[in-house]
Write a protein that binds this ligand. Structure first.
Ligand SMILES: [Zn+2]
Length: 467
């Protein structure tokens, strides 16, 4: 079959790979599926690609298979549906539960940004419009088709597809595509988990793959020692709460919040931090939390056996408070010994910006940065030691303690990626590296060539290959 890389190459966002099966004679059989349909995110030159005309007519795509619910893997769906795609969107049941939360939030943000640009007149377009709106998002959501893990299905002739546990976030899947006409198997890693996610089972091995499409977010790096990082987190939280300060943790709403809650639970149970109110302040995070709690209560196969034994208490802490309304959220700005987990993860928007504005000027407070902070974001400026940052047009002095904890990555690092790849025996004859910054993708490719002696390609945008 033929693969065309339409996103997630040279960047970690915008994942989209077109798959065209061949008939027994070797000619394309005329059907097309897309693996992932992600939004480009980050700097404006990357984001602007969301506005380019889609390289093929979306109406000619028969079906989409999603690896998981992160915006960079599903966030372009409403645009594709608006432009004519009308097939099924296959994904795991938990992905089907999380995607609506993500797409509705994405549409709302775009509508708000457009309204803001229109009011302020700062867009370079005379009549700024949203990439897509809530109506487009609802039409995309209506196409979701949940498929259980481990079950073969055939979205188009000559292909059978299977989803297995990906271990990256709830619902994330490793996607195996078997081309029946040529008896060839291709495996997409999707975003690959680390095998030590506090709530999820490790990723399934890529069994029987002739070709593997492997992500490379951390393809040139190893992760720090988790235990040391947890020690630091315990110390920081303890000293902040003891001096009566608030710990603000900007966090991505889906998965990061759950991973943090399980870490806080563990530290609390081991009496390494005092018990203080923990506020989850993001409507999207609270909606996602419910999906995780349901999965634990339903004894879902992706939830790790240790967590199933403990039950939903692992993330449903007795001192957990839900800030549902804006009034609940604003009440947290008065400070005091508490922990606030709020989106967005890089402080670029959402309720956390209000908390930063209110709490940064007081040296009793602490901002705990737990995720990747892109250049130009408030999170990155804090990390780089800014003395003041601009929030909502106002300069806010930075007096709070700023601490970074890297223990919460849910992406496999270079060693883990190679280990997963080599769990496929015999080794695949072809490997394609995607979903990474160029240095990261190249470094992983070189390492695999050197250590495993297999053909590795780092495809470019629009490149078409045969597997
Ligand atoms: Zn992801």
């Amino acid at each position: 079959m033929l693969l065309t890389f339409l996103g997630g190459v040279g960047t970690v966002t915008g994942s989209k790979t077109l798959v065209e099966p061949e008939s027994p004679g070797g000619a394309p059989n005329g059907h097309r599926i897309l693996v992932d349909c992600g939004l480009f995110q980050g700097p404006s030159e990357v984001r602007s690609r969301n506005w380019d005309a889609f390289p093929i007519d979306p109406a000619t795509i028969d079906a989409i298979v999603l690896t998981h619910a992160h915006l960079d893997h599903c966030g372009y769906l409403p645009a594709l549906v608006r432009d004519g795609f009308a097939g099924s969107v296959y994904c795991s049941p938990n992905t089907a539960a999380l995607v609506p939360i993500i797409l509705r939030d994405s549409a709302r943000l775009q509508e708000e940004d457009t309204a803001w640009a229109r009011r302020k007149g700062f867009s370079r377009h005379r009549d700024p419009r949203a990439l897509y709106d809530s109506e487009d998002a609802e039409r995309a959501i209506a196409l979701l088709q949940p498929i259980e893990f481990g079950r073969d299905f055939s979205p188009v002739p000559d292909l059978t597809v299977r989803l297995d546990i990906g271990g990256h976030i709830l619902g994330s899947s490793v996607v195996t595509i078997h081309e029946t006409s040529r008896d060839r198997t291709t495996v997409f890693s999707g975003d690959l988990g680390r095998g030590n996610h506090p709530l999820l089972e490790p990723p399934a091995p890529p069994c029987g793959a002739d070709a593997i499409i492997l992500e490379s977010t951390y393809g040139d790096r190893g992760h720090d020692d988790v235990d040391a990082e947890m020690d630091e987190m315990a110390m920081v939280i303890t000293r902040t709460l003891k001096r009566g300060g608030t710990v603000v943790i900007p966090a991505f709403a889906v998965d990061r919040t759950e991973v943090l809650l399980s870490a806080l639970r563990r530290l609390q149970d081991q009496q390494r931090i005092p018990v203080a109110p923990i506020h989850v302040d993001s409507p999207m995070a609270l909606a996602a939390l419910r999906v995780y709690l349901d999965a634990i209560r339903d004894q879902d196969a992706e939830i790790s056996t240790a967590v199933l034994a403990e039950g939903s208490d692992v993330i449903d802490l007795p001192n957990l408070h839900e800030a549902t309304t804006p009034t609940d959220s604003m009440a947290l700005d008065r400070g005091g010994a508490r922990i606030i987990i709020s989106a967005s993860g890089m402080g670029t928007g959402g309720r956390v910006t209000h908390h930063l504005k209110a709490l940064l000027p007081d040296r009793d407070n602490c901002i705990l940065l737990v995720g990747f902070q892109a250049v130009g974001t408030p999170g990155r400026m804090l990390l780089d030691g800014a003395h003041e940052i601009k929030i909502h047009g106002q300069y806010v002095p930075v007096r709070a303690e700023i601490v970074e904890i890297e223990a919460f990555s849910v992406h496999a690092d270079a060693d883990e990626l190679v280990r997963w790849l080599t769990s496929c025996q015999p080794l695949p004859s072809q490997v394609f590296i995607n979903h990474g910054e160029p240095e990261s993708a190249q470094s992983l490719a070189e390492r695999i060539r050197r250590e495993l002696d297999i053909a590795v390609d780092v495809p470019e945008m629009g490149e078409r290959v045969r597997v």
